[in-house]
Design a protein around this ligand. Structure first.
Ligand code: N01
Length: 548
């Protein structure tokens, strides 16, 4: 079956891309989704304690005022069921489901140069073709289960948080081992500990965390969100990270130590990711950063009663926020429970999984269930699960073997008319994702409208554009402390054998957004467009739809 565009993935990105291409440009579009329903990351991530770290009044689409008026979030941070309900509402409102196919995993996408189209194959052997191929596969979707010796011998059950069973897991009375203390593990441990007989948290890298302070939203706040929609949208679209709060312009050195302590204390009490917005130079100046780092470490020591456990939790080896900063609900408090223990893998490494538990250097930890909160093969892993081949069989996997190479995180040379929403080299994971997604969807939609209006067959970046963009991405990262935390999934170091290259664009979403539109306004500067056989096929007549 042929479509004008095929979109892979039915999360925030896929839904909006379908709506934009179909309802604004009048294209024939099909969304193919591996999951059994829409939701993207929120379809898969159903682990205990899962909740979005972005606040609900910002973790949403901003393209429709009507949609914003209709939707009411119930808590400060939305949980997966509410996010799925929201996306379900969006799908119903814009009648999206009729063009979406679930349980349809795309396994291959090959560019057919003679026909100028993408040939797509699914795990069930279905075949589709499309002029434009858009990946909306998410940045953190490919689960990373470490290859621990002995895992296959384990007689209990094990689960990865990103592929959590929909029916849930009953921890009651069970001895549970959780590996991983990133954003996910920090959310999961307190909830698992509530019902487990015993929880052992295996920590390799100690992590900062700030209380989320989740709470039901008051009617006054819900009213405020509706009344101030334009302002909230304006802030989210003009800040560095797409959140609906501004980063302070003051530097740590601008205030006295007492004032600084009071500012951190207020941010700690308020909760959430705003903590990192307290000072302008937290991510660029080591000394400034260390004041925030020491503040959080002091909180850990004051919360956790057992001094040895507190020391292991506070023994953090990277600057605050140089790895993605988690927020939590009673994470450190959880270690005061009698049924919770911490194993510091730096001092007591895992030797193997046994039939009945995990053996570390100091001995056996008997377990019924192992929870892998071990993260993802981020940014490239999900794309590599698809055999993507461009012109003359150029394989994406091969092209990116030294690390991802893109222009703006949107396109790669030799892969004409393939667009990667929130691809590596774009702000993506350093932002409140829906805001970055909307910007990409709108840019791609405008780009495709431009191609069709001008009878342009293909668009792809010039090699030089990719080279200079890649250098710029690295240069931006080097200007921040993100570059100091080399052991981070931003660099791919969490996955064995993965090239170690800083992947997201850290120059700021506001700056990136401006740049993308400027490039488009200059006739897609840095891209190569093929006008050689520009005669528009009959289907192009259909694009004279509203919005073009
Ligand atoms: O994964 P992670 P995550 N042995 O890679 C450890 C987003 N997110 O799922 O640091 C022992 O951050 C690893 O240790 P180390 C968010 O962007 C969003 O927690 O590699 N330990 C680390 O502690 C986040 O950043 C929300 O030394 C091993 C942990 O596992 C991203 O998802 C909520 C190990 C992995 O941490 C990923 O977070 C949750 C091994 N072999 C997550 N391998 C929102 O609210 C790995 N680890 C939107």
């Amino acid at each position: 079956m042929h479509f004008d565009a095929i979109v892979i993935g039915a999360g925030f990105a896929g839904l909006y891309q379908l709506h934009a291409l179909r309802d604004r440009l009048g294209l024939k579009v099909r969304v193919l989704e591996a999951g059994g329903d829409l939701g993207g990351t929120w379809y898969w991530n159903r682990y205990p304690g899962a909740r979005c770290d972005s606040e609900s009044h910002a973790y949403r689409y901003f393209f429709s005022r009507e949609l914003a008026n209709e939707w009411q979030s119930s808590e400060r941070y939305p949980g997966p069921p509410e996010i799925r309900a929201y996306l379900g509402h969006v799908a119903e409102k814009f009648d999206l489901r009729r063009d979406m196919r679930f349980d349809t995993r795309v396994t291959a996408a090959h560019y057919d140069e003679a026909q100028n189209l993408w040939r797509i194959e699914t795990a069930r052997g279905e075949k589709f073709s499309a002029t434009y191929l858009i990946t909306a596969v998410g940045c953190i979707s490919a689960a990373n289960v470490p290859d621990l010796p002995g895992l296959k011998d384990f007689r209990g059950k094990w689960y990865h948080t990103g592929e959590w069973p929909h029916e849930g897991v009953d921890f009651r009375g069970k001895r549970v081992g959780q590996i991983g203390t990133g954003s996910t593990g920090i959310q999961a441990a307190p909830v698992i500990a509530e019902t487990a007989g015993h929880l052992t948290v295996f920590q390799r890298t100690a992590n900062y965390s700030v209380p989320a302070r989740n709470a039901p939203l008051t009617p006054e706040f819900q009213r405020w969100v509706k009344d101030n929609y334009e302002e909230i949208r304006g802030i989210a679209q003009t800040t560095v990270n797409g959140h609906a709060f501004r980063i302070s312009e003051r530097k740590v050195g601008d205030v006295t130590p007492e004032e600084r302590e009071a500012i951190y204390r207020a941010a700690w009490d308020y909760g959430g990711l705003q903590f990192r917005a307290t000072f302008f130079d937290l991510l660029t100046d080591r000394a400034a950063n260390s004041t925030a780092a020491e503040f959080v470490k002091a909180r850990i020591r004051s919360v956790v009663k057992d001094p040895a456990t507190a020391e292991n939790l506070a023994d953090i080896d990277h600057p605050y926020s140089a790895k993605r900063p988690p927020i939590d609900s009673d994470y450190f408090e959880t270690f005061n429970r009698p049924n919770v223990a911490l194993v510091n893998l730096r001092k007591d490494p895992i030797e193997r999984v046994t039939a009945t538990g995990i053996r570390t250097k100091s001995g056996e930890h008997p377990l019924d269930i192992i929870v892998f909160a071990t993260g993802f093969d981020a940014m490239t892993g999900t794309l590599f699960k698809i055999d993507i081949q461009g012109r003359a069989g150029k394989r994406l996997r091969e092209y990116w073997k030294g690390g991802p190479q893109t222009y703006l995180g949107l396109q790669m040379p030799g892969f004409p008319n393939l667009f990667t929403i929130t691809g590596p080299g774009s702000p993506s994971v350093l932002t409140n994702m829906p805001v970055a997604i909307e910007q990409h969807v709108e840019w791609i939609t405008d780009c495709i409208a431009h191609l069709r209006k001008h009878g342009i067959r293909t668009i792809e970046p010039a090699e030089e554009s990719v080279k200079s963009w890649g250098e710029h991405v690295q240069e931006c990262a080097r200007a921040t402390l993100l570059y100091d935390a080399k052991h981070s999934w931003y660099f791919g170091t969490n996955v064995e054998g993965k090239p170690q290259v800083f992947m997201p664009y850290s120059g700021g979403l506001h700056r990136y957004r401006k740049l993308c539109w400027e490039i488009a306004a200059k006739g897609y500067e840095g891209f190569v467009m093929d006008r050689s056989r520009a005669a528009a096929p009959a289907q192009f007549a259909a694009i004279a739809a509203p919005g073009v």
